[in-house]
Write a protein that binds this ligand. Structure first.
Ligand code: ATP
Ligand code: MG
Length: 298
């Protein structure tokens, strides 16, 4: 058994490959280190291990501490630099999909967003933005009043429905956003150029959240969350398209757990990338790129 572990800022992704070549993918909240160590204690003995990600060192140290019998084994595990692992894993997952690309831009929408140019000779980090999956969780919390009114007893049925009141449940948040409508939140180019032909596509967002100040009726949480996902999708797309253009490639591969179950984000990224002249591909299982890449180093 070979196991690749990508301990990220928010989620720890694990790829395990049996000798018959079959893969198993699992994820845990990185904050739940106890559960990760328990999983390792059950599965890791005798397995070849490779760690990657920003929290790899912490996790490895904790595992060595709590698993005395396997401490030496834990410490002997391979550590793979995060960007090497991510780029190698993404290329492998693309190959599995028969989408082999020589050179492409790789946009990893994790807690934050990191952009890489991957070529047959290697990879380089070409940019990034602090707007990422953590932005969705953070703005959802602010908009839903997490940590403020809700805890002190205030109730909002939309928030309760999204499961935001107790804990940020990503699936609930994404489902609520899916029902939202951005029309009264975001200002489009066509709003500004009302009645005349704009110099750029009217469907482009002129100002994320820029239409809120023009409204007289309150905006519901679902609509606001749809626009949060719009903000993140359009920002990561814009930064990616600019980088791709500079590098002379059109292919942009998107990965990261932010796309998990988030068809709204995938649609926005696909549509916006095409609108800007790029060729998008939201890679299935892309959030496991780092874990797969780490495993491939074994
Ligand atoms: P980084 O690479 O920046 O260190 P990471 O590897 O932990 O972070 P990902 O796992 O790729 O990042 O993505 C994290 C994002 O995925 C979160 O910010 C959130 O938007 C989204 N997400 C999806 N599912 C969950 C979940 N169950 N719990 C928390 N966040 C989730
Ligand atoms: Mg990551």
């Amino acid at each position: 058994l070979r196991i690749g572990i990508d301990a990220g800022g928010t989620l720890t992704k694990i790829a395990a490959r049996r000798p018959d070549g079959q893969f198993r993918f699992l994820k845990f909240p990185s904050a739940d280190a106890g559960r990760i160590v328990a999983w390792l204690a059950a599965e890791a003995p005798g397995a070849a291990l490779a760690f990657t990600g920003g929290k790899a060192g912490n996790l490895q140290a904790l595992a060595s501490d709590r698993m005395p019998a396997d401490a030496a084994h834990m410490r002997a595990a391979v550590t793979v630099p995060e960007f090497d692992a991510t780029c190698a894993g993404a290329r492998w997952l693309l190959g599995r999909d028969e989408r082999n690309l020589d050179s492409f831009l790789l946009t990893n929408v994790g807690t934050g967003t990191s952009i890489h140019y991957v070529t047959p000779d290697g990879h380089e980090r070409v940019g990034g933005t602090g707007v990422g999956g953590g932005t969705i969780l953070g703005l959802a919390a602010l908009l839903g009043g997490i940590g403020a009114g809700l805890r002190s007893g205030g109730g909002d049925s939309a928030v309760a429905e999204a499961g935001l009141a107790e804990k940020l449940d990503y699936a609930g948040l994404v489902a609520l956003a899916r029902k939202g409508d951005r029309a009264r939140v975001d200002l489009k180019v066509s709003h500004i150029y009302a009645g005349v032909t704009p110099p750029i596509p009217g469907d482009l967002t002129a100002s994320n959240f820029g239409h809120v100040a023009n409204q007289t009726e309150p905006i519901g949480l679902a609509d606001a969350l749809a626009s949060v996902i719009g903000l993140v999708g359009e920002t990561v797309t814009t930064v990616s398209v600019h980088a791709a253009r500079e590098l002379g490639t059109a292919d942009i591969v998107y990965i990261g757990s932010t796309f998990l179950g988030n068809t709204l984000l995938a649609e926005i990224v696909n549509r916006y990338t095409k609108l800007r002249g790029g060729r998008p591909y939201v890679l299935p299982d892309g959030e496991y790129s780092g874990a797969v890449g780490a495993l491939l180093a074994l």
